[in-house]
Design a binder for this molecule. Structure first.
Ligand code: ADP
Ligand code: ZN
Ligand code: ZN
Length: 752
């Protein structure tokens, strides 16, 4: 017997002969294979056949485990992704499986030590000293001085009608108490712990919801009913609900529906939105059913989750980031893509360069599940799909409860400057509102799209600008540490005392990043307590959550931040949002810039006024009449879409066509240029006018490597699949070319 086997490397699949001792082999199983002289990998059996392939093959090793590691649905997803995103199955495998599940690149010796034990889950039940209700009562009383222990015990008891004395068991992870607390309870014989194989039916035990689903407002009820109705005939529905409309509560009801039918649910959100706020809300309703999946989990934990889901029969609720898409989902019934417009659903690097939102739509369609895309600022593509009838479309136009959409004022920074109505980087209009808001005891959030102190360092005499020697970007000056840093490659250097070109003046610190904003607020409002949220202050997820929690508890008056502050927060005391330099967002050279600017500003603005006290937003800009600024101000999402569609149709951009970017990368600029010209010429013979470039991308040098790109537009009506096939052939030719094969070439399908 022979098998095509997928190995987590960029090439393949590879054909192997299947030796003795591989009884029961079937597609989806893990199997040991050797590539090269000594490297051993776990591969996935992809296809089996009994006729020899007509070339020499090596023999594969032992099977790893006795059941497939991949469900048929996952195999279909991999196959579709590899084709659609123009990469190999090996590229998909590298990403799709937790590292701890797929030993790779090991020596024989190392591989032998890889064990295939089934994952276990730690459980807790009541211990020997609480045998009955009476004893439980005594134990609870006895803990009145140890509040944390008492709370942990109560949380356990709350999950069972009899408090757990009848032998109730909960996964350890269902109790949020820290280990020290649980260990003490174990010492006292109140809790006892044991491991259980996460095998078939490792279904969570009875788990009473601690909090019932919230009753919905009339508008929410209507929207929910509409979504359900649309789902009768549509696989995918777009929920367009303004910020603060309570979309999360709608998801809860839909998830409960699916779980009650024994289906599994995937609830996807951008990484940064996986904050305690939202997770706590979902957990409060679904308790230990909830499985979290994000980048902070260790590889072991990821592998455990993967195996547990693989063995489960259904009824799972996974809350995760884009990579959660690759988990096995038994009886898959519903996927929710929250903030579906978010750029972070697209993996830019490395392959597979997939968009998790689009994959979710495909998966739902393929497996008869339902997909809900939701956003207050849907992507134009999704909006067009929804209004064009491809998806269902449901609108939730009002905020929940007493919340009102904030009032948005626009301040003309240039005019403020001319009139002397500006202090440091703040227009008077914003300063006045800040003073009033802080004076009334409410909080202020300030958004500035750049971190650091000064985004560029320039000689005001001769115009010299500090650039990264390895990347085509300016160096940002950071006051903390007193250095100029490259945000792409991490290069840093000291601030020169004199201009390296003309040598006369100390270089000027130009522009303003969050660090400078923080400093200016401190000087303008000396008594205000300020927090800053950006990649410098929130270097770790723990620090990130800490800053958010502190601000939420009112331990600061002003929060200064980058993009990080735009995502889904609900701060009850927030009265004012300031957008400091909207022009940064408006002037980006990309066909999506206006859409993005609208989304970012609307999302930041949407943090204000989520309670009855109302809220305000001030946008500072040099272009107060820019159409996007006007549209943000009047919440005119449709207007933004309309004007963008006019532009996009004129240039054949999505949704009027599909884009594939061919990226080329090499240190040697001359070789790169020659290879790119050659590829572009070959492409032109097939696609003619629809090929653009080669041209350098906005950032055309990173870490010493030069970049060029060639754009292919595939108009609606032409087959993207066929175009990709032809393109793939050209790239194969390039890979076989004597000289150009040294250039690294990859395709980005549906680039963001
Ligand atoms: P969105 O995600 O649409 O911006 P959220 O889901 O964050 O809005 O809801 C906004 C606020 O309103 C939250 O504080 C949420 O708890 C509250 N809320 C929304 N719907 C309900 C409801 N049905 N019952 C109680 N509170 C609600
Ligand atoms: Zn100079
Ligand atoms: Zn750099």
């Amino acid at each position: 017997m022979y098998a095509d086997i997928v190995v987590p490397v960029a090439r393949g699949p590879f054909t192997f002969r299947i030796g003795e001792g591989a009884a029961g082999i079937c597609p989806g199983m893990g199997i040991e294979v050797r590539l090269g002289a000594r490297k051993r990998y776990m591969g996935i059996v992809w296809r089996l056949y009994d006729r020899p392939p007509g070339f020499a093959t090596k023999t594969a090793g032992r099977l790893m485990g006795d059941a497939p590691l991949l469900t048929p649905a996952q195999m279909e997803l991999w196959k579709w992704m590899a084709e659609y995103y123009m990469c190999t199955l090996g590229d998909v495998m590298r990403f799709a499986m937790p590292a701890a599940l797929k030993p790779a690149g090991l020596t024989e010796e190392e591989f032998r030590r890889v064990e295939y034990r089934p994952a276990t889950v730690r459980y807790v039940k009541l211990g020997p000293s609480v045998a009955d209700a009476q004893a439980l009562h005594v134990a609870l009383e006895g803990l009145h001085r140890a509040k944390a222990q008492q709370a942990a015990l109560l949380a356990f008891c709350a999950a069972f009608p009899d408090g757990g004395v009848g032998g109730g068991e909960l996964p350890r992870s269902a109790l949020s108490a820290p280990s020290v607390v649980l260990n003490k309870l174990e010492e006292k014989g109140i809790f006892s712990f044991f491991d259980r194989e996460a095998a078939v039916g490792a279904e969570m035990p009875f788990d009473r919801a601690q909090v019932p689903l919230a009753p919905l407002s009339p508008a929410q009820t209507d929207a929910l009913e509409e979504v359900r109705r649309e789902f009768v005939s549509q696989d995918c529905v777009l929920l367009y609900g303004v910020t603060g409309s309570g979309k999360t509560e709608l998801y809860m009801h839909l998830m409960a529906d699916a779980l009650a039918r024994g289906k599994s649910v995937l609830y996807m959100m951008p990484e940064i939105a996986m904050t305690s706020q939202l997770v706590a809300r979902v957990r409060s309703v679904f308790g230990s059913r909830v499985t979290l999946y994000h980048s902070r989990l260790g590889e072991r934990r990821r592998a455990e989750i993967y195996r547990r889901l693989l063995a489960s029969g259904g009824g799972e609720l996974v809350l995760g980031v884009r990579s959660a898409l690759f988990l096995p989902l038994p009886s898959f019934g519903l996927v929710i893509v929250d903030e579906e417009h978010d750029q972070s659903y697209k993996q830019a690097e490395p392959a597979p360069r997939y968009n998790a939102r689009d994959c979710a739509v495909w998966m739902a369609r393929r497996s008869g599940a339902k997909c809900l895309l939701a956003s207050a600022t849907p992507s134009i593509e999704s909006y067009v799909n929804a209004t064009g009838g491809k998806y269902g479309f449901v609108t939730l136009a009002e905020r929940y409860g007493d919340g009102r959409l904030p009032r948005i004022a626009v301040s003309d920074s240039l005019r403020a400057f001319k009139r002397g109505e500006r202090r440091l980087h703040f227009d008077k209009a914003l300063l006045d509102r800040m003073a009033a808001t802080l004076g009334s005891g409410r909080q202020v959030m300030l958004f500035q799209n750049r971190r650091g102190f000064a985004p560029w360092v320039e000689c005001t005499q001769c115009g010299w600008v500090a650039h990264c020697p390895r990347c085509s970007v300016t160096l940002t000056y950071h006051k903390l540490g007193d250095r100029m840093k490259c945000h792409l490659c991490g290069y840093s250097s000291a601030l020169p005392a004199a201009c390296p070109r003309c040598g006369t003046l100390a270089p000027g610190l130009m522009g303003f990043g969050t660090e400078k904003v923080e400093e200016e607020v401190a000087s303008l409002f000396p008594t205000a307590r300020i927090l800053r949220l950006d990649r410098d202050t929130a270097a770790s997820p723990a620090r990130y959550e800490r800053i958010v929690a502190d601000f939420e508890r009112g331990e600061a008056d002003v929060l200064v931040g980058t993009q990080m502050v735009t995502k889904g927060f609900d701060f009850p005391k927030l009265g004012l949002v300031g957008i400091l330099h909207a022009d940064n967002l408006l002037n980006y050279p990309d066909f999506r810039a206006s859409e993005r600017a609208y989304q970012t500003m609307t999302q930041v603005a949407g943090r204000a006024g989520r309670t009855d006290a109302g809220g305000e937003v001030v946008i500072q800009t040099m272009q107060p009449d820019h159409p996007v600024v006007r549209q943000v101000q009047s919440f005119d999402y449709e207007g933004m879409v309309r004007s963008q569609l006019v532009e996009r149709s004129a240039f054949g951009y999505p949704p009027y066509g599909k884009l594939v970017v061919v990226n080329l990368r090499h240190r040697d600029e001359r070789l790169l240029g020659a290879a790119a010209a050659w590829v572009a010429a070959r492409m032109r013979t097939l696609f003619g006018e629809r090929v653009y470039g080669p041209h350098p991308p906005v950032v055309d040098k990173i870490g010493g490597e030069n970049y060029l790109e060639i754009l292919l537009k595939i108009e609606n009506g032409r087959s993207p699949a066929r175009a990709k096939e032809l393109l793939a052939e050209i790239l194969k030719e390039a890979a076989g070319h004597g000289e150009y094969r040294r250039v690294f070439i990859f395709c980005d399908v549906d680039p963001q």
